[in-house]
Design a protein. Structure first.
Length: 302
């Protein structure tokens, strides 16, 4: 008997990725890595999770890698999308078909086996993601994540945490106790309507002062109230983090930009935003090449 793959209708208010992004005027340094992007399906081949809180448009690996080449990146880090839950097959398929140019960040459950983790590692996975953003997922108790950390630490993987700025106080003790490298998505989503020199960013800077904490200075399109193309209100926040912690920052497109409600980001314009937050060639090299290579391809740094 032949099983018919499930049909998925994307959410009525879903905004698909930009069909014709601009060619960036900023020339990326050789070896640049897009360290935050996603794969959505295609749903017919890689079904979306029953527990998902959104149904996106399909955005498969071929489109991602075409965008990589068009923008001028050489490598990608593919982060497991919440619409796929802990079914990492779409992400792993993208890694396997990347010719070694992609690494991955998975979503796993505490019962994941050592053999499953070993297979993911062989495919290129180097971290797991814990999502605390309640509109996207239902966060679990600390003990749930501790079980995962114990298993992935032996592989040298890191933990990616995605949270809202207000969550940092509540989760401070747990986040600061994680023994692995910790990478924060999107600077912990600061409220950019506040003072970039105010107490909220100061708290995040204090958090970043721990040697194992890294940050992605990504997604101005999600944080900005002033909007495109410059996302001016985000610049002082991201530039502060880049200049204070130049060896522990990362950047990525966030393609295909899940759950954007205000506008469709132009990935070419997002690349042109980079020199505004990393104004020197050395800061750009660290942000886009040296740091991601050290975290995701350390064997090539020898």
């Amino acid at each position: 008997m032949t099983l018919t793959p499930p049909a998925f209708a994307m959410d009525l208010d879903w905004r698909c990725f930009h069909p014709q992004p601009a060619k960036p005027t900023f020339r990326l340094p050789a070896g640049a890595v897009d360290t935050h992007c996603h794969i959505f399906g295609p749903g017919a081949a890689f079904p979306y999770a029953p527990e998902r809180k959104y149904t996106p448009c399909d955005a498969g690996r071929d489109k991602l890698y075409a965008l990589r080449d068009y923008l001028g990146f050489e490598r990608n880090v593919v982060v497991q999308a919440t619409c796929h839950g802990a079914d990492n097959r779409a992400m792993l398929d993208a890694l396997v078909h990347s010719d070694g140019k992609a690494r991955g960040v998975a979503t796993v459950k505490p019962d994941v086996s050592a053999d499953e983790l070993a297979e993911m590692h062989a495919a290129g996975v180097r971290g797991v993601r814990f999502n605390y953003v309640r509109r996207l997922v239902d966060p679990q108790p600390d003990a749930y994540y501790l079980g995962i950390i114990e298993k992935i630490a032996a592989l040298g993987w890191h933990v990616v945490i995605y949270f809202e700025a207000a969550d940092l106080i509540e989760k401070w003790d747990f986040f600061t106790a994680i023994p692995t490298t910790v990478v924060v998505d999107h600077m912990g989503r600061p409220d950019v309507s506040k003072d970039a020199h105010g107490p909220e960013l100061a708290r995040f800077i204090t958090f970043m002062e721990r040697d194992n904490i890294w940050s992605k200075v990504t997604c101005p399109e999600r944080l900005s109230a002033s909007g495109p193309p410059g996302y001016d209100d985000v610049v002082p926040f991201a530039r502060t983090i880049v200049e204070r912690f130049p060896d522990r920052v990362l950047w990525g497109t966030d393609w295909p930009h899940p759950n954007m409600k205000s506008h469709i980001p132009d990935d070419g314009k997002l690349v042109d935003y980079i020199p505004r937050i990393a104004p020197t060639a050395e800061l750009q090299r660290k942000l886009l090449v040296a740091n991601p290579m050290r975290l995701y391809w350390p064997e090539e740094m020898v």
